[in-house]
Design a protein around this ligand. Structure first.
Ligand code: F6P
Length: 446
């Protein structure tokens, strides 16, 4: 990978501004580039996806064989100043001198730890903190000069995703003593405090502006050959799925009657399936379970969450089952009898067909992909993600990862006694259908 990166970097240079003499020197300097050191400093307000991005960069570079470490100021703060004092909004107020000193001290400690790491055999140090003042960034630049340094600023303009992220943050252990509302209020005030001193990136020599919800680069300004740079761009813009468990809800009353849509609850068998799933995943760390707003997915997720400590359930309307309009609550047989035209038209063109006053697979595509963006934005790049969804919605989710012809998608097998285990990184992809009753979940980690 390193060599390829070096060569591609050279190629990019050829396309940009460097004189040919630099290019000619590059191949012989390839080894230096491969072994080169780099500092990445995250920038952005709280809850903008910085840590998720830092972890994703760190983990993926590590898979490439790069020695990388993430230095997270929040984590260090919680270690050296646990308790309410350092988590309440007032701690982050610009005029709170004690808070300011402690935060600068934490930043200094992490800078020193990163310097020590790079002075040894460390190759990439990622400073994961808000770093939102020019003054802080100047300190970072002078601490690491002359090593190459790149700032990555994370933005998120999607209000809904931001709200969902705040709600997730409100459940963090540091807000344990507060009600959900108090925690939300405290975190919102913390952000407001940071907003008062926020100075976006402007004249730093190497800087990238990222939309962390859409996983895309909005702006980049790079003024020197940065090691690993092409790889970093790839990682920022690629969706990496470490372990996605795609589960269909347990059996419902409507399932036993072959009825479409609705919001029926689990049967005793469905409840038992949920318990079996909970048992199966008991030894696998699942910090968040994403569901739809329908009862059947929530009822399936609850026993699984109850076996995890802690685990949040985030219900996303984007994962609601296909809305069958005038056919909601009918059985497939009733549709055939009462609305033969629906059955006739849907059969040969199931993907494109839209239920009268309802949805079709094709018209669900946009909302499902928006739901997935939320999942990737909210999951904090955890090792394991679980989605408990529905037959049609799970087919659409799976089709975002599998390359399938659209006419095949509405027929993807989506049983209730197995789940899909999906793993995707830039090097390999795997999809496995796993029965969950037989044994606890196991897999070979990457
Ligand atoms: O039967 C359960 C169900 O989730 C329905 O609510 C939904 O309309 C259907 O499956 C989707 O499957 P298909 O597109 O094959 O009818």
């Amino acid at each position: 990978m390193g060599q390829v990166t070096a060569l591609r970097t050279a190629k990019n240079k050829a396309l940009s501004t460097e004189p040919l003499s630099t290019l000619e020197r590059l191949p012989s300097a390839r080894e230096d580039i491969v072994k080169a050191k780099l500092v990445i400093a995250m920038v952005g307000l709280p809850a903008r996806g910085k840590s998720t991005m830092a972890r994703k960069l760190g983990r993926t570079l590590e898979l490439d064989g790069v020695r990388v470490e993430v230095f997270n100021n929040g984590k260090l703060r919680r270690q050296i100043a646990p308790g309410e004092d350092s988590s309440e909004a007032g701690f982050f107020a610009p005029d709170n001198q004690d808070g300011l000193h402690l935060r600068e001290d934490i930043a200094r400690r992490n800078i020193e730890a990163a310097q020590a790491f790079l002075a040894g055999d460390g190759q990439v140090a990622i400073l994961d903190a808000t770093n939102i003042t020019r003054e802080r960034r100047r300190k970072i630049m002078s601490a690491f000069a002359p090593l190459p340094l790149c700032f990555i600023e994370c933005l998120n303009a999607d209000e809904e995703a931001l709200t969902a992220n705040l709600e997730r943050k409100a459940e963090l252990p540091e807000f344990r003593g507060l009600t959900r509302e108090q925690a939300l209020e405290s975190f919102t005030r913390r952000i407001a405090n940071y907003e008062q001193i926020y100075e976006p990136l402007d004249d730093e020599p190497n800087r990238i502006l990222v939309d962390s919800f859409d996983s895309c680069i909005l702006q980049e300004h790079i003024s020197e050959v940065l090691p690993y740079y092409d790889r970093i761009r790839d990682i920022i813009t690629t969706r990496v799925v470490r372990n996605l468990f795609l589960v269909r809800h347990g059996e419902t009353v409507y399932n036993t009657e072959n009825r479409i849509g609705g919001d029926s609850g689990l049967t005793a068998r469905g409840q038992e399936q949920a318990e079996a799933l909970a048992e199966h995943f008991a030894t696998v760390r699942i910090p968040i379970i994403f569901t739809s707003n329908h009862r059947r997915t929530l009822q399936t997720a609850r026993p699984i969450a109850a076996r995890q400590t802690p685990c949040s359930i985030i219900a996303l309307p984007e994962f609601n089952e296909i809305y069958a309009g005038v056919c909601e609550h009918l059985t497939y047989e009733e549709v055939r009898q009462k609305m033969p035209e629906v059955a006739r038209e849907r059969g040969p063109n199931k993907y494109r067909y839209v239920y009268p006053e309802g949805e079709g697979y094709a018209t669900m595509a946009e909302r499902v992909s928006r739901g997935l963006k939320k999942v990737f934005y909210l999951n904090n790049y955890d090792e394991n993600i679980m989605i408990v969804g529905h037959r049609a919605v799970n087919r659409m989710i799976l089709s975002r990862f599998l390359s399938r012809q659209e006419e095949e998608i509405p027929y993807i097998y989506m049983p209730q006694d197995r789940y899909y285990h999906i793993r995707i990184d830039p090097h390999k992809r795997s999809f496995e259908m796993v029965p969950y009753r037989s044994a606890p979940a196991t897999w070979v980690g990457w």
